[in-house]
Ligand binder design. Structure first.
Ligand code: KIV
Length: 289
């Protein structure tokens, strides 16, 4: 059962998260992706419960068309930065394509690497029944696992694109997938791009929380990619990605103003220059922790 006392702990723990079922009166889990220190610190300050270093970094950070080329070392590298930026939120790291599919032993080894080198508090991996044994072995090794069923972006080619899953007959398989990863020990399960009724059915069937992305409002939590949430993405945005700000326009506008001021000589002004006989002042602009 959710309790306000547990919510006030400094770092949110896995047992607290796994107990956050809306049906038991718990507040929904808010998860956001992050890939660097600065963004992670702001997301943590904003009160997100979970931060995901998603393999979506392939698209968001690296400009790729899908998540397939992302490596374990890259997730670990971004993880270290994100972990340094979070004080309260639980930080989970995505296991990239081919870092866990080959065997349960490979999955345990890769998950262990993310925990040791990335500093993560849990790992997330895509797949249902087919990956249940791998989830079980990782959990048995003492590593908390976030499941992920529905649209599996690492299977984009097999699926024929990033398409809504679970319409018609395939719905029953997604229910089985969610139950399988819960049985294997996942402490919560991401449901991606499935109809809201199916997400509601799965949420009712599971005793661990579901975290939806494009899966409607019945889930026990929601996850969004930070650049979608903040309105920094350009081009086609998925229907479910509500933009809570328009920081893309704000950033481009600020840079435009800076360029104009540099060109006109208005920047830097006297107030941005050091005085010849002034006091000692720090000069490192980035060391403002
Ligand atoms: O990689 C990612 O960002 C994800 C979320 C969209 C769930 O897997």
């Amino acid at each position: 059962m959710y309790s306000a006392t547990s919510a006030s702990l400094r770092k949110i723990t896995v047992p607290e998260l796994s107990a956050r079922k809306k049906s038991q009166g718990a507040p929904p889990i808010a998860m956001v992706t992050a890939y660097d220190f600065t963004m992670a610190r702001l997301i943590d300050e904003g009160g997100a419960d979970m931060v995901l270093v998603g393999d979506s970094l392939g698209m968001v950070v690296q400009g790729l068309g899908n998540t397939i080329p992302v490596t374990l070392d890259e997730i670990a590298y971004h993880g270290r930065a994100v972990v340094r930026g979070t004080q309260r939120a639980h930080v989970t790291g995505d296991m990239p394509f081919m870092s866990y599919q080959i065997s349960a032993a490979q999955a345990v080894e890769s998950a262990g690497k993310l925990m040791k080198e990335g500093g993560f508090e849990s790992v997330k991996l895509e797949g249902g029944e087919a990956m249940a044994e791998h989830v079980y072995r990782i959990v048995r090794a003492g590593i908390p696992v976030v499941g992920h069923v529905g649209l599996l972006p690492q299977s984009v080619h097999a699926l024929g694109g990033f398409k809504v899953q679970g319409r018609g007959d395939s719905a029953a398989q997604i229910v089985r997938d969610a139950l399988a990863v819960e049985d294997a020990g996942a402490f919560c399960v991401v449901l991606e791009a499935i109809p809201p009724d199916l997400a509601a059915e799965i949420t009712a069937a599971l005793s661990v929380p579901t975290i939806g992305i494009g899966a409607g409002g019945a889930c026990d939590g929601q996850v969004l990619v930070c650049t979608d949430l903040l309105g920094m993405s350009r081009g086609h945005a998925p229907k479910f990605a509500k933009r809570f700000a328009e920081l893309g326009d704000a950033i481009a506008g600020a840079v435009r103003e800076y360029v104009r001021d540099v060109r006109s000589g208005e920047f830097p002004g006297r107030e941005h220059a050091y005085k010849p006989n002034g006091p000692e002042e720090p000069t490192e602009p980035l060391l403002r922790h």
